[in-house]
Design a protein around this ligand. Sequence first.
Ligand code: ZN
Length: 148
Amino acid sequence: MSLSGLNSLYREMILDHSEHPHHKHKLENSTNKVTLKNPTCGDVINLEINVSDEKITDIGFTGEGCTISQSSASMMTDAVLSKTITESLEMAQIFSDMVMGQKRSAEDLEKLGDAAILSSVMQFPARIKCATLCWWALRKSLGEEVDD
Ligand code: ZN
């Protein structure tokens, strides 16, 4: 995929997260674990989280995939670490609304941290699944029903 259509600041942030992903490692003790694939692109994510007292106390991912999927997972793990399950699921909904082009308030988008810049993938409909894969993995790991 060419990221050349993107604003250069966004492009740099996306590349930086994919080249130096945050929380890309296995967890020694995870309470919740899930693997999801995006067959259209070949992205695979193994997400492990540790939930204690309704909070995500640790999170890590492994797997392979394109720049967008890796970078999105890095941003997602930054965003939800130390948040409650309710807050994390709300963020997953905000993210999915955002990339599908549904209006959310600036305040909501701010909750996503760096992940908010992925609203720019709306320009590339074929890549939306790459960006949402890690958030679906999060939802599934927290017990929500998700279509694989
Ligand atoms: Zn991808």
